[in-house]
Design a protein. Sequence first.
Length: 129
Amino acid sequence: MERKTNKIKRIRGYALAMVFAGLIIMYLGVFFREITWLFGLFILLGFIPMVLSVIIYFWVGIISARVITVECPNCERPTRILGRVDYCYFCKEPLTIDKELEGEEFNLDYNVQHRRDKFVAEKKQKEDQ
Ligand SMILES: [Zn+2]
């Protein structure tokens, strides 16, 4: 099942987890410091997730620039929405910026353009009948 969290929060969580993974791997390398190549290998392996996490943090910074800030109707705090549908950063209230999807059952599929279009088309068809 998909975890109900704000996307930016989740991405940051992954980046942080990677920093810790890198640290743990490097720390394990200390046990093998007598064997130079093995020690080096652990440091190198620990370094990879750290570099990745830096890239992720950087990427979050870029995507944050095109994120829309709205006031959450539930907890009344400003929260950032990434994509068409997202959860509130604070209270996990499902939010949408798409008028066509308002009041519909929450689904992260709506962030995919063709799935969203298909859904809206089907909805319109039902309304016409
Ligand atoms: Zn909220």
